[in-house]
Design a protein around this ligand. Structure first.
Ligand code: MG
Length: 381
């Protein structure tokens, strides 16, 4: 049993649903939950988990707001991002799990850190876009990774200092198209890109794993979480997704963390840390595991991975530009407006629009993110 009060942001998405399962098993009290617009699912969770306060950040219609409040008098219901930020300042919780998708999760991360609360972070973009700002908080507010790869590294590092690490090896499933012949990439449909071979996840992250852009984001995440230079962080394809990442120490030893792929395990660890608690949610049988293998990431198959690494190394505002361009190009592809193979070209072009900024503040990051997103969308329509 985990004895902490939880604030769960992004409660209706894939990570949110898995977190609710973990909360049920571990009897974790949830004091605050948020979602974008999926009010039926959020209200159902609020009733089932006895959550006293919920925020719907994407509902702005006054008539709907009035109706939801009237129909749920036992709940405190708030609307809009500013109300969520206020709730994060005022409500009672010990740990907040930020599972908001994309750049929309950025301000919440800082609201949690500003209050000095423990942050279980599933929102990659907070570190990708604003890692340099997040780093300034890590001494007083612990950040526990929820992403499976970073949870694996976090577990394997234990108390070892960065000076004892030679390399971090982040594993990648290879996504939906790891075996598709390269000449067939221009025929990929949105439905095909949204089928992940190993993990069941939200649309954004599933498409990002098909392009391997996700792995570039995770390299940036690892850089900020563990304080290591990019030269010490590598990614490798591991199609079975059993080893969730590895740490190579300076003496030549590797420590890896493994289990069948299921997000409930890294979520549980983020919530129970620094302890481990008994759980029956994820069970791995060694004799039933497939043969484990590793292979290099081909640059022709995954151009967005290498483009992402370049933007990471340039740093400053570049990861934000790249991320916004990928979000926009991905949404164009998912709507059937551009072919899959156009995504990387659009992103490469967008990276040339922005002059370098080495230490952008939060408002600049959010402004550039929106501007690049809208420019990509309008130029392609
Ligand atoms: Mg991951």
């Amino acid at each position: 049993m985990v004895n902490k009060k939880l604030a769960l942001l992004g409660a209706t998405g894939s990570i949110g649903s898995s977190t609710l399962e973990v909360a049920t098993e571990q009897q974790i009290p949830i004091t605050l939950a948020s979602a974008h617009r999926d009010y039926p699912k959020l209200l159902e969770a609020a009733i089932k988990h006895k959550i006293p306060c919920v925020v719907l950040t994407g509902i702005s219609e006054p008539s709907l707001q009035v109706r939801l409040r009237r129909e749920n008098p036992q709940l405190r219901i708030y609307f809009g991002e500013s109300e969520l930020l206020k709730a994060l300042q005022e409500e009672d919780y010990d740990i907040a799990l930020n599972a908001i998708t994309g750049s929309a999760g950025l301000r919440s991360t800082f609201a949690i850190l500003n209050r000095g609360k423990t942050l279980a972070l599933a929102n990659k973009e907070s570190l990708v876009m604003a890692g340099h700002l997040v780093r300034e908080y890590t001494s007083d507010s612990p950040i526990i990774p929820v992403d499976s790869e970073h949870s694996a590294i976090f577990q394997a590092i234990g108390a070892h200092p960065a000076s004892e690490i030679r390399k971090l090896h982040i594993t990648a499933s290879g996504g939906a198209f790891r075996e598709l012949p390269l000449q067939d990439f221009n025929k990929i449909t949105p439905a095909e890109a949204l089928k992940h071979p190993n993990w069941s996840m939200g649309a954004k992250v599933t498409l990002d794993s098909a392009t391997m852009f996700n792995k570039a984001l995770e390299v940036i995440e690892a850089h900020w979480l563990f304080g290591l230079p990019y030269s010490q962080i590598e990614a490798v394809i591991h199609p079975q997704s059993v080893i969730h990442s590895l740490v190579e120490f300076i003496d030549g030893s590797f420590l890896a963390q493994m289990s069948v792929p299921d997000m409930k395990l890294p979520i549980l660890y983020a919530l129970s840390w620094p302890s481990r608690v008994p759980s029956a949610l994820v069970k791995t049988s060694l004799l039933e595991l497939p043969v484990l293998s590793f292979q290099a990431i081909e640059s022709q198959r995954y151009p967005l991975f290498y483009l992402g690494l370049e933007a990471a190394k340039t740093g400053g505002i570049h990861p934000t530009v790249m991320n916004a361009a990928v979000e926009a190009a991905s949404s164009l592809f998912l709507k059937g407006l551009i072919p899959f193979t156009d995504i990387s070209g659009i992103v490469r072009k967008a990276l040339d629009w922005q002059t370098p900024l080495t230490f952008p503040d939060l408002d600049t990051i959010i402004e550039v993110n929106l501007r690049v997103f809208q420019k990509v969308i309008s130029q392609s329509l």
